[in-house]
Structure formats: structure tokens, C-alpha cells
Design a protein around this ligand. Structure first.
Ligand code: ZN
Length: 147
């Protein structure tokens, strides 16, 4: 188990250092700003959602390794997905970190690398920030804060 933990940590650190889809998007159909005052993480999430498919997704901002890695993994996970699939993934991800009986991590694919964060309550908001921001963007809310 500890080897697995080390591997997870490596993946998280790698995404934190070299985030995927870290760029501004001019032609976004949805966007929202998320802020986690507890840690100082702040990010803007951009979506181009057309024909019930996430055609493109990107983010910008500054935050700790966990918030950045989570946003990076989010962009990889939702590209090409329908709104229903995205909403299911948001719920599963939030459950993975906050529910008393978390879902089977297999359902979360690569996102399962962040499951260990649930053991560190102060970091949970770092990991959930981008997902809350995605939820806000899809719901037409410009801004969201984790507090
Ligand atoms: Zn953070």
C-alpha cells in the first residue's frame, strides 16, 4: 500500500509541476473563478461545451501542488464527455474525498490518485476546488469560494 501511495504522490507532484491544459481560452462558452482562502489557491476554469460534449477545457491560476494537480487531472478527465457524464464524475470525485463511504476508486480512473487526500482534511478543499469551480461554470455562476 505504501508503494502505491508513493506512486500516487509522484503522479500528483508531476501534474502539479507540469499541469495539463494550463492556458487561457478565448472562445470559452463557460468559465468560472474558484478561490480557496484556506490555502490561497485561485484558478479560472474555461470550458468550450457544444453539442453536449466538452470540446475543450483549460485552466489558469496559482495554487498549491494538490489544487494544480487536481485541476490538471480534471481537464484530462472531462474532455470529450457529455454533461451527464461530467456531472456524474463531479459527484463521484467529491464523494471520493468527502463521503463517509467513498465510491470504488476504480470508477474514478486516474482521478483515484487523489483519493489519499481524504486523510488530510485541510487539503480536501485544495483538491475539490477545481471541481466546485467546474460545477459553478456549468451552472452559470461566475465565482465560487470553498469557504
Ligand atoms: Zn491548496
Amino acid at each position: 500500500m505504501s508503494e502505491l501511495r508513493d506512486l500516487y504522490q509522484e503522479v500528483v507532484l508531476d501534474h502539479g509541476r507540469h499541469p495539463h491544459n494550463f492556458r487561457h481560452m478565448d472562445e470559452a462558452s463557460h468559465q468560472s473563478v474558484g478561490f480557496n482562502p484556506l490555502c490561497g489557491d485561485k484558478l479560472t476554469l474555461f470550458l468550450r461545451y457544444e453539442d453536449d460534449v466538452v470540446q475543450d477545457v483549460s485552466f489558469q491560476g496559482s495554487g498549491c501542488a494538490i489544487s494544480t494537480a487536481s485541476a490538471s487531472l480534471l481537464t484530462d478527465a472531462i474532455k470529450g464527455k457529455s454533461r451527464a457524464e461530467v456531472e456524474e464524475l463531479i459527484a463521484a470525485f467529491l464523494d471520493m474525498l468527502t463521503a463517509e463511504s467513498p465510491p470504488d476508486p476504480e470508477r474514478l480512473g486516474k482521478l483515484a490518485v487523489l483519493s489519499g487526500v481524504r486523510d488530510f482534511p485541510v487539503r480536501v478543499k485544495c483538491a475539490t476546488l477545481s471541481w466546485r469551480t467546474l460545477e459553478a461554470a456549468l451552472g452559470g455562476t461566475d465565482e465560487v469560494t470553498t469557504e
